[in-house]
Design a protein around this ligand. Structure first.
Ligand code: PEP
Ligand code: MN
Length: 336
């Protein structure tokens, strides 16, 4: 349920109203905009009498929100959320580029890629330390020592870091990570989402391989219901009948999410296609369609990468892509 307050409402009366709502075990989410203030009520609102609220002289209107996600709903929070990732803003007109190798492999590999992506304009460094691999025989990641190398690369380059958590038991190792990634395979690991909801760390929530947009927003809701509102959504391709690409990039998720939610949404064309030469055109499509950022896999020597080499750009290809993305962003600003 959302309650739209009258402009210049009496603060004292609002405080009384808040206490009355809290006494009914409702969580209140206040969103102050330029022209109106909105209270989003979360919890069991089925027994709340709308007409009583409507009758209050501080209230302009009351509306029930039919969608099952509340905190993630744009109706609760009309303005775009801007996430702060170690100094890098994402959302609300701030475009972020997260780039780096699929997996952290060594000090030299990570530092070489980190310097290169920074020089090309990336503002967040990615790198997998705990890797979700389809085969148990494939490289599983450097684990804790991979996170150490990411922290070192951050010291050297100043870039904030994003890396994937696969299991709650590793949470302590993520204490200094700027943005915790929940991968596609864990999008509905509800215990993990709940625990991340209790942390104050920003979370990058990837869309599950076969998840609908509503299911994805419900997973964001799990994190937000715990009190952590720093969620960024990442579309990374979904399973379809098409086999020419690894997955099918759902570009339409961008305008749909923008309409339904206030959360930033970024695009990962690397995992969506699995093919390096398709990454640039889809990165441009994402920028043009209104995405808040990109996640791109870059490797200094893709042919020797321990994971996802075929979809990884070289530093030179990444730099070329960044030039074109900037041109699209400039055009996007003028087209608005
Ligand atoms: C990744 O970003 O390294 C990754 C494994 O992505 P996804 O969860 O989208 O497959
Ligand atoms: Mn990868």
């Amino acid at each position: 349920m959302i309650v739209i307050l009258k402009q210049n409402h009496d603060r004292q009366k609002l405080e009384e109203f808040r206490r009355w709502l809290e006494a009914q075990s409702l969580m209140i989410h206040e969103s102050v905009g330029m022209h109106s203030t909105i209270l989003g009520l979360v919890g069991d609102t089925s027994r709340v009498d709308e007409s009583l609220i409507e009758a209050l002289d501080i209230v302009e209107a009351v509306r029930r929100v039919s969608e099952p996600y509340k905190m993630a709903n744009r109706k609760f929070h009309p303005l775009d959320t801007v996430a702060d990732i170690g100094g890098a803003a994402v959302g609300g007109g701030h475009f972020a580029v997260m780039a780096g190798p699929c997996s952290v492999e060594s000090h030299d590999q990570l530092c070489c890629v980190a310097e290169a992506v920074k020089a090309a304009g990336a503002n967040i460094l990615r790198g997998g330390a705990f890797k979700p691999r389809t085969s148990p025989y494939a490289f599983q990641g450097m684990r804790e020592s991979g996170i150490e190398l990411l922290l070192e690369a951050r010291r050297v380059t100043g870039l904030p870091i994003v890396t994937e958590i696969m299991d709650l038991q590793h949470l302590d190792s993520f204490a200094d990570v700027d943005l915790i990634q929940v991968g596609a395979r864990n999008m509905q690991n509800f215990e993990l989402l709940k625990e991340l909801g209790h942390s104050r760390k920003p979370v990058l929530l990837k869309r599950g391989l076969s998840s609908t947009i509503q299911e994805w927003l419900m997973s964001a809701e799990y994190i937000m219901a715990g009190g952590n509102e720093n969620v960024i959504l990442c579309e990374r391709g979904i399973r379809t009948f098409e086999t020419a690409t690894r997955n099918t990039l759902d570009v339409s998720a961008i305008p749909v999410i923008k309409e339904l939610s206030h959360l930033p949404v970024i695009i990962d064309p690397s995992h969506a296609t699995g093919v390096a030469r398709y990454v640039k055109p889809l990165a441009l499509a994402a920028a043009a369609a209104g995405a808040d950022g990109l996640m791109i896999e870059v490797h200094n020597d893709p042919a020797k990468a321990m994971c996802d080499g075929p979809q990884s750009l070289t530093p030179a290809q990444f730099s070329d892509m960044m030039g074109s993305v900037s041109a699209i962003l400039g055009a996007r600003e003028q087209a608005l």
